[in-house]
Design a protein around this ligand. Structure first.
Ligand SMILES: Nc1ncnc2c1ncn2[C@@H]1O[C@H](COP(=O)(O)OP(=O)(O)O)[C@@H](O)[C@H]1O
Ligand SMILES: [Mg+2]
Length: 193
């Protein structure tokens, strides 16, 4: 009987990297939502203006819920990790839910490095600044971890989360609400709009 982890966060925060590091630590299989949605044609429409694909949330949830049923029945892995920007859509049905957070200035640098166009960079940096993924997650469930990854390497983040998955580890530092970029004296929100 495998357990299910939902791992969400703004693009560039490290979801895919952290998911594969956790998978090695706890014997897990990773479902990447980007691949999952692409392979099943769950895109709603092609948003030409934002050069981004919009996911049909209802169909994505249905497809992932079936995957969760299959995942739970597995005994060859301890966990199935659903990682993606929209992993919150099934977070209510998962055993643990985590949102990865990252200083918006670092998000900006990472997305520019990825070659995202300026509009898409701005949109995602603003989403992180405002805590959009955290907001969506709290709509789905009240207990989840909001993990600030800033200044931590991939292994450290994976270790903190996998300790909690194993039943140890302190959840208190990851209580939602503690990450608050807008109130930080060194961050000027207006600089990202
Ligand atoms: N904690 C971290 N410290 C430094 N670099 C990281 C960290 N997490 C991810 N990265 C790097 O940032 C980039 C984006 O990571 P990725 O896992 O693809 O993010 P996501 O899946 O959330 O979009 C990659 O180049 C990755 O190596
Ligand atoms: Mg990714």
């Amino acid at each position: 009987m495998a357990r299910i982890l939902a791992l969400s966060g703004t693009p560039g925060v490290g979801k895919s990297s952290v998911a594969s590091a956790i998978a090695t630590a706890v014997n897990a299989e990773v479902i990447s939502m980007a691949e999952f949605v692409g392979a099943r044609n769950l895109q709603d429409a092609y948003d030409v203006d934002r050069s981004t694909r919009v996911v049909d949330e209802g169909r994505a949830r249905e497809a992932l819920l079936r995957e969760i049923v299959v995942g739970r029945s597995r005994d060859d892995v301890e966990w199935v990790i659903i990682e993606g920007l929209m992993a919150d859509v099934v977070a209510d049905q998962c055993d643990l839910a985590v949102v990865l957070r990252l200083d918006p200035r670092v998000v900006k640098a990472r997305l520019e490095l990825r070659g995202y166009d300026p509009k898409k960079v701005a949109e995602n940096v603003q989403a992180e600044l405002l805590g959009t993924c955290t907001y969506h997650m709290q709509e789905m469930r009240k207990d989840f971890l909001d993990v600030d990854t800033t200044g931590k390497d991939i292994g450290e983040v994976a270790k903190a989360i996998s300790s909690i998955m194993r039943g140890g580890g302190d959840k208190e530092p990851y209580r939602p609400g503690l990450v608050d970029w807008i109130s930080r004296p060194d961050i000027d929100p207006a600089a990202f709009f």
